[in-house]
Design a binder for this molecule. Structure first.
Ligand code: CTP
Ligand SMILES: C[C@](O)(CO)[C@H](O)COP(=O)(O)O
Length: 260
């Protein structure tokens, strides 16, 4: 199934505190986070897991950062033999996804007419080591006709809700067997995700409340299916995650085959 990837890279990385947007952070092997994430997509293509049409990368509005990321994207595109188009993002992650959807529609339309079913993978430019098996599981589920697919792993901690007058008061304990930690790439029927985001945008919920795209599909009444994620699909959010990523690279344990 022809698939376009929407990679969101417009975040500031405030929790990582690296002084530059997270996608521009260089890992210990000298490659940026963005290159690693692009590489994982192309590794999935090369493994036959994704019939890749093109990649849209949503970049920060700041012109200097946008220019740097555009240069990284076009270098990568030439090396990997893939179309990569950048588009400026928004304040919240959901704003950036919405900004990217119009570019995706153009990329999908030019690939094979606007009316066919087209798969979209929405992916964080903060998960550098997602293996091809995860891409494959998501795309395979989409191919069965499912409109929304998320990769996920089991939760290892006990999760409690807090609230009351003081937010340090426990109000309940969630049933751990029913919980999953959700990763990206999340897979969607393109037309359905466009409609779901429009619906949520027109409603009361702000973009900040939408922490992933499956939430828009859930709000629109779609069935969302979970497939197996992978521990290597972890998101780099804090310095501790970055330390883990660099240790994986140093140990050779990881990651995305060869660099393009
Ligand atoms: N306005 C935003 C916010 C986030 N993202 C992207 O969404 C992904 C997941 O978000 P997160 O890990 O929270 O990244 P940041 O927003 O950069 O981090 P922080 O919340 O710590 O500032 C990242 O690839 C990030 O670039 C985006 O494109 N546009
Ligand atoms: C989309 C996501 O990566 C799924 O786990 C996550 O919800 C992003 O959250 P963030 O706070 O924007 O990192």
């Amino acid at each position: 199934m022809l698939t376009t990837v929407l990679m969101v890279a417009a975040g500031s990385g405030s929790r990582l505190q690296a002084g530059v947007p997270k996608a521009m952070v260089t890992l210990s092997d000298g490659h940026t986070m963005l290159e690693h994430c692009l590489d994982s997509v192309v590794a999935a293509r090369d493994a036959g897991a994704v019939e890749l049409n093109a990649i849209a990368v949503v970049v920060p509005g700041d012109p200097d950062y946008a220019a740097s990321l555009e240069a990284i994207c076009q270098d990568f595109a030439a090396r990997a033999g893939v179309t990569v188009q950048t588009v400026p993002g928004g304040t919240e992650r959901a704003d950036s996804v919405r900004a990217g959807l119009s570019a995706v529609r153009e990329l999908a339309g030019s690939a094979g007419g606007p009316f066919g079913r087209h798969a979209l993978l929405v992916h964080d430019a903060a998960r550098p080591f997602v293996p091809p098996t995860v891409f494959s599981a998501v795309v395979t589920a989409l191919e069965t006709g499912t409109a929304a697919v998320v990769p996920a792993v089991e939760v290892v901690d006990t999760i409690k809700t807090v609230g009351g007058e003081a937010s340090d008061e426990v109000t309940g304990t969630l049933q751990r067997t029913q919980l999953r930690a959700v990763q990206t790439p999340q897979g969607f029927d393109l037309t359905s995700l466009e409609a779901a985001h429009r619906l949520v945008e027109e409603g009361a919920g702000g973009a900040a409340a939408l922490t992933d795209d499956a939430m828009a599909m859930e709000a629109a009444g779609h069935r969302v299916v979970v497939v197996a994620g992978d521990p290597l699909g972890f998101k780099i959010t804090t310095q501790l995650d970055l330390t883990l990523a660099n240790a994986l690279l140093a140990s050779g344990t990881s990651t995305n085959l060869e660099h393009h």
